[in-house]
Design a protein around this ligand. Structure first.
Ligand SMILES: Cc1cc2nc3c(=O)[nH]c(=O)nc-3n(C[C@H](O)[C@H](O)[C@H](O)COP(=O)(O)OP(=O)(O)OC[C@H]3O[C@@H](n4cnc5c(N)ncnc54)[C@H](O)[C@@H]3O)c2cc1C
Length: 476
């Protein structure tokens, strides 16, 4: 497999020279070196250890060492294949799919491990919220002995096996600072900041896989600075162990807020859960059957509004009325709300029983904090020791992707599922469907197939050049 022989790829590599040649003086020197290496590398197969071409078959340290330039703090790396940002389930799934299509890729990950959300920013008791068949990545089922709802540890083990099965070696500690498309060269330029140095990766395709939960959302709360106790975001909460005997205000009543309140109860703390908005709470299972699975099956035959009605009747049978405990339901049904506003219904794993028993106190919105206290909008004042902000996450794409209007300001593709995976100029988005892991898997399969198709077309160099030449002649 020759690289740089095909008209398209060769042309882009020539353009890469133009990109790097317009840079500042020290970078120019690097650029020239890069280009010289490119010239050499172009004659080598993409999958060999050529000095310049990166492929997932090579350890990242080796690539890094090869690219180091003693005259500059910034290194420049030509990526032979897509540049994938993020080594969560989405990034891994797309890299695996690309491998299956014979396309090498490079994954840049800001953390020092794969699936950092799961490894570093989730609580200990977490299990997958959805049954395992809706959470597995393409072409690699969960082990048969895994339970219906794998634990966080099992899910991480599964992802580690996934990465090693497909030979995926992300480059860690590479936080992408900016990525932009260079019109002149028709290439993506992706800058990262690592612990020691900055690197610029240059390549033909860019896959955004930084997830819907890459940054925590911390709301402005009046007086929070005066509150003397601990304040943490849910991403830093591991277990209720350290909160035994404490009065804890949990801000937010989504899946995380509810489950953490339950965990606090189990560790003899006294949680009060702030419920500002209306929320749908559904049982996770009805008669041993997953409610999510039931909804998926029903949606094949019935309209969404009817499925919503059935879900609410089932919820009423299993859970009773939630309103009298302070959990008022929105006027829009749970699936419609998810589809229109991306708000996930809470799948109850036991918290509601604690709400009913009064172990979890439901309180209205916050007015202001003061030292050791919180005043609520209904005038109540509570003495509290700690605050846990279960206030959610957001996408960080607008922070690093520049000059591109494929994503909206909230960091999601403007085109909704199932068409939000492909942008212009070799840009792809994987894992922004608001449909969890099944949405990410579907994006990954489409993205890998699309790039694989282009890759194969461009690997027909001789024919292409010849055909092109002939066309020119016939025109004359
Ligand atoms: C508590 C919790 C429970 C969940 N449970 C389920 C469930 O049961 N089922 C389900 O389907 N979904 C669930 N989800 C949704 C979850 O987001 C997905 O399951 C999954 O993690 C999405 O994978 P991802 O790769 O798209 O994003 P992530 O897992 O968030 O991975 C994105 C990666 O990109 C990296 N990154 C971000 N910014 C940069 C940057 N600038 N440069 C380099 N790297 C960067 C991050 O460090 C991270 O490793 C849950 C989410 C949470 C928070």
């Amino acid at each position: 497999m020759e690289v740089g022989v095909g008209g398209g790829r060769r042309h882009r590599e020539l353009k890469a020279r133009q990109v790097v040649a317009t840079r500042s003086q020290p970078t120019k020197i690097v650029a020239i070196r890069v280009w010289v290496k490119l010239q050499i590398a172009c004659r080598l197969p993409a999958t060999t250890s050529s000095p310049l071409l990166c492929s997932t078959s090579r350890p990242s340290e080796e690539i890094m060492a090869d690219q180091f330039d003693f005259l500059s703090h910034r290194r420049c790396v030509w990526v032979n294949g897509p540049i994938i940002v993020g080594a969560g389930p989405s990034g891994l799934a797309v890299a695996a799919g690309l491998k299956e299509h014979g396309v090498p890729s490079v994954i840049l990950e800001r953390a020092d491990c794969i699936a950092s959300l799961w490894q570093k920013r989730t609580y200990d008791r977490l299990k997958l919220h959805l049954p395992k068949q809706f959470c597995q990545l393409p072409k690699f089922p969960f082990p048969a002995d895994y339970p219906e709802y794998p634990t966080k540890k099992q899910f991480i083990d599964y992802l580690e096996s996934y990465a090693s099965h497909f030979g995926i070696n992300p480059i860690f500690n590479q936080a992408v600072q900016s990525a932009r498309y260079d019109e002149t060269s028709e290439l993506w330029r992706v800058r990262t900041a690592g612990p020691a140095t900055e690197v610029e990766y240059i390549g033909r395709w860019l896959v955004a896989a930084t997830g819907e939960n890459s940054e925590k959302v911390v709301p402005e709360l009046d007086g929070l600075r005066e509150f003397a106790g601990d304040v943490i975001h849910v991403c830093d909460y591991k277990s209720g162990e350290n909160f035994a005997g404490k009065r804890v205000l949990v801000v937010g009543c989504g899946n995380s807020g509810m489950e953490i309140s339950l965990d606090l109860c189990d560790h003899n703390a006294f949680p009060a859960m702030v419920v500002r908005d209306r929320a749908h709470v559904l049982p996770r299972e009805v008669l041993g059957k997953s409610v999510y699975e039931l909804a998926v099956v029903m949606m094949k035959w019935l309209p969404l509004w009817l499925v919503d009605k059935i879900l609410l009747v089932l919820a009423w049978f299993v859970l009773g009325s939630t309103e009298k405990y302070g959990l008022r339901r929105p006027s829009v049904g749970p699936l419609q709300l998810k589809n229109t506003q991306g708000r996930t219904p809470v799948l109850d794993v036991g918290a509601l029983a604690k709400v009913k028993s009064g172990d979890i106190k439901v309180v209205p919105g916050i007015k202001r904090f003061s030292a050791g206290k919180v005043e609520l909008v209904d005038g109540q004042v509570l003495d509290i020791d700690s605050v846990i902000l279960a206030t959610g996450y957001r996408s960080n794409v607008p922070q690093w992707l520049q000059g591109c209007d494929f994503f909206s300001k909230d960091g999601f593709p403007k085109t909704p599922f199932p068409n939000g995976w492909k942008g212009e100029c070799g840009l792809y988005a994987v894992g922004f469907t608001k449909k969890g892991l099944s949405g990410a898997a579907s994006d990954a399969v489409r993205t890998a197939a699309d790039i694989g198709r282009i890759w194969k077309e461009e690997l027909k160099p001789a024919k292409r050049l010849f055909a092109c030449h002939r066309r020119c002649i016939s025109q004359n």
